[in-house]
Design a protein around this ligand. Structure first.
Ligand code: PMP
Length: 353
């Protein structure tokens, strides 16, 4: 431990991201990236910024992107906040809305970054168990004495989605705290809570361009909600880094958001491949949780997940293994849906085990 570290730094248990090995070219099915290229309109917009405009600061207000998102979701631009990946948006929301002394409620199996942010801002997690089928039970979230609630819909790494009525019940029974719905994977088949924003001033929906829009590399995420919640995030952002989105990312993100047809096309492809992969993996003896995302969460009753993970890696295919010490999910693998060819390679590799 460095002698310059504060107790705060020493106490952190940082997030371990999925591996991004550089030693050879893998079929990457481990970090839920899209296997498709981003919208060609986004690529053109980014190329233009690179060739003509890099000497200029970006718009700190990200107006073009906010307008495009507002139009898409039929909201006002002041109901939109944008940040450097949804991870940054989540961090600001945790700092601003959940560091209020009381614990923060979220599922015991969910995106592991929430625990990290909670640690960073000294927020005590109130972990709410999933049921035996890995479902969130809305009744467990009724009238909580907490600083806020985070619901991941669809959940990760399980892939399961909650119906909108359940999200609404959670919003209704916790009217005095912010309910953050992390919809990183919503475009792959779940119901978005965006339609509830004008009814529930405590709802903050967080989405990303990293998954369904195939732009993980530019790091753009956003929050949608009541103008008061958005203004709060803006105040935090401006006190921290008033230029969170670089000029290239801003141009690419705006063009990608405007290209709805391409979004639809690649989501439909991913969903079709997911359904086929589901059957192929089941035929190989895996148990798979129904998924509304661009990944599946799978376990094999007779095989060790870590061994499968290591063996696939040797064969040049990366999937996500969270560790055999993880309660309930220690023998599971999270497999991102790649192209049909990549998934065929996965099935072929699994047959050799
Ligand atoms: N939320 C969830 C549930 C995720 O799985 C991820 C990606 N790992 C994120 C948020 C963050 O995505 P990004 O920062 O790329 O927008």
């Amino acid at each position: 431990m460095s002698r310059f570290w504060t107790d705060k730094i020493a106490s952190l248990d940082p997030y371990v991201p999925g591996e991004q090995p550089q030693d050879k070219k893998y079929i990457k099915l481990n970090t839920n990236e899209s296997p498709y290229s981003p919208s060609s309109k986004a690529l053109e917009a980014m190329a233009f910024e690179v060739s003509e405009r890099l000497r200029l600061y970006p718009d700190p207000n990200c107006a073009t992107l906010k307008n495009a998102l507002a139009k898409n979701y039929q909201l006002d631009a002041n109901q939109v906040f944008v940040g450097n990946g949804s991870d940054e948006v989540l961090a600001l929301a945790f700092m601003g809305y959940f560091a209020g002394g009381k614990p923060l409620a979220f599922a015991d199996i969910t995106y592991s970054f929430y625990k990290v942010y909670a640690g960073l801002y000294s927020i005590e997690p109130k972990l709410i168990p999933l049921n035996d089928d890995f479902d969130i039970i809305p009744a467990d979230y009724e009238n909580l004495d907490v600083s806020g609630v985070v619901i991941t819909n669809p959940n990760a790494p399980t892939g399961k989605a909650l119906p909108l009525a359940d999200i609404e019940a959670i919003l209704k029974s916790n009217p005095d705290v912010v309910v953050l719905v992390d919809e990183a994977y919503v475009d792959f088949g779940a119901q978005s809570a965006v339609s509830l924003i004008n009814q529930y001033p405590n709802l903050l929906v967080v989405q990303t361009l990293s998954k369904s829009r195939a732009l993980a590399g530019i790091r753009v995420g956003y929050a949608l909600g009541h103008t008061d919640l958005i203004e709060g995030l803006e105040r935090l952002k401006n006190s921290f880094n008033s230029y969170p989105i670089d000029r290239v990312a801003l141009a690419g993100a705006t063009a990608a958001v405007e290209d709805e047809a391409y979004l639809k096309e690649i989501c439909e492809k991913t969903i079709a491949t997911r359904e086929k992969s589901f059957k192929d993996l089941e035929a190989l003896g895996f148990n798979i949780i129904p998924s509304a995302t661009n990944f599946v969460f799978a376990t094999h009753p007779d095989k060790d997940a870590e061994q499968i993970y290591l063996n696939l890696k040797e064969q040049g295919i990366l999937v996500r293994f969270f560790g055999s010490n993880k309660p309930r999910i220690g023998n599971y693998l999270r497999i991102t849906i790649g192209t049909d060819e990549e998934m065929a390679a996965l099935t072929a590799a699994l047959k050799t085990l």
